[in-house]
Design a protein around this ligand. Structure first.
Ligand SMILES: *Cc1c(COP(=O)(O)O)cnc(C)c1O
Length: 377
């Protein structure tokens, strides 16, 4: 069986975890957490990067930092993971879903302004498959209406938009290091902060509402409870696992891109004969090969293809069921405008195996099987 995903593993992870244990520092913000944060800051240019227990929690922190209050409205695509919405619903916000662009599966920047009301507080672009949303336009709209922007860049580490790292194009950017992402620590994430003035509050929220981070830096004599917050910092053992991969980030990225390109070239014949469509990468975007998907005629054909590939020992997976059609989505949100592409395009999309360590021969075998399927379909 060719798996759909295998969590990234370089080989040094266990050594680093042992190091964390020997240093008697297994809770948060030990040496590995610090190395990972510093790496993220240097790589992305963010003023501050703080490791979190998940991207979901990074989004929760961003929702608090953005000052979201009960009754506020938050604009996002319906074609996304539940966490994008959950983080804001927990603050009492109402979610306003906007349709996606069929080419990138990202929020349609031209439909955002129509969804804005006097209650709107935040826009949340989700960089699907590590391909950037049209951030210049989104930021211009946010500026005009005085809104905050939070990037769900869970899939976007190592990707850029006009040369700038995803997650640093707005007030707050959120990364995921879940085992399904390009770099992992099992469960984990990070929040990237653009403005210096937000850093102290972010540290406080992440440390149970205390100014403990300041205390550890020797800036104050004792720490105390200064605000509300939660415990959003991961164990240093998890950070140790992540560090092994960040050290080899370029190698992982290059290998994933090679796999992606192999798929893209190998499936070109099917594109030319009009059987499938492949991901579109706008020219201002550099992506990280987080995902390789194909789009086929419809749901029925997709189900057939999934079954056919499974019989050939290949596991492929569809993706989000649009949030606005789910029970919680109906309860906490509304869809603004027409669902022209969200449902239709989500039903056509199929993700192919993609992970660090996927063999070229396996990719060639997958391409061959997809071609074979379309001889009869
Ligand atoms: C993976 C993912 C998340 C959630 O990440 P966790 O680290 O598992 O909390 C959120 N949004 C998107 C778009 C994702 O792909």
């Amino acid at each position: 069986m060719i798996s759909f995903n295998i969590p990234p593993h370089i080989g040094k992870e266990l050594d680093y975890i042992k190091e964390a244990i020997s240093a008697h520092k297994i809770s948060g913000d030990g040496q590995f957490s610090k190395m990972c944060s510093k790496w993220l800051e240097e790589k992305t240019g963010a003023s501050k990067a703080l490791l979190t227990t998940s991207c979901t929690h990074a989004l929760e922190m961003a929702a608090i930092l953005a000052g979201v209050q009960p009754g506020d409205e938050v604009i996002m695509p319906s074609y996304t993971f539940v966490s994008t919405a959950d983080a804001f619903v927990l603050r009492g916000a109402k979610i306003v879903f906007v349709d996606i662009r069929p080419d990138t599966m990202n929020i349609d920047e031209n439909l955002i302004e129509d969804a804005i009301t006097e209650k709107t507080r935040v826009i949340v672009p989700v960089h699907y498959a590590g391909v950037a949303c049209e951030m210049d336009k989104i930021n211009a709209i946010a500026k005009k209406h005085q809104l905050k922007v939070v990037e769900d860049a869970a899939q976007g580490i190592m990707s850029t938009y006009k040369g700038q790292a995803l997650g640093t194009l707005s007030d707050y950017g959120c990364y995921s290091f879940h085992e399904t992402k390009n770099y992992s620590m099992g469960e984990g994430g990070a929040i990237l902060i653009k403005n210096e003035k937000d850093i102290e509050r972010a540290e406080i929220i992440r440390e149970k509402g205390t100014n403990r981070s300041k205390f550890f830096r020797g800036q104050i004599d004792k720490y105390t409870w200064v605000d509300y917050g939660s415990s959003y910092l991961p164990s240093d053992m998890n950070a140790a696992y992540l560090w092994a991969q960040l050290e080899k980030a370029d190698e992982i990225n290059t290998q994933r891109l090679n796999t992606w390109n192999l798929y893209s070239e190998g499936l070109q014949n099917l594109v030319d004969s009009g059987k499938i469509e492949l991901p579109y990468i706008p020219k201002e975007c550099v992506h990280n090969a987080h995902m390789f998907y194909v789009k086929i005629k419809d749901l029925e054909e997709r189900t057939k293809l999934i079954d056919y590939l499974k019989e050939s020992g290949i596991l492929t997976v569809f993706h989000y069921i649009p949030l606005h059609t789910s029970p919680a989505g109906k309860r906490f949100g509304r869809f603004n405008g027409k669902d022209e592409y969200t449902t239709k395009e989500s039903e056509r999309l199929l993700r192919l195996p993609m992970y660090y360590g996927l063999d070229n021969h396996e990719v060639e075998y997958i391409i061959e099987k997809i071609e074979k399927f379309f001889i009869h379909n």
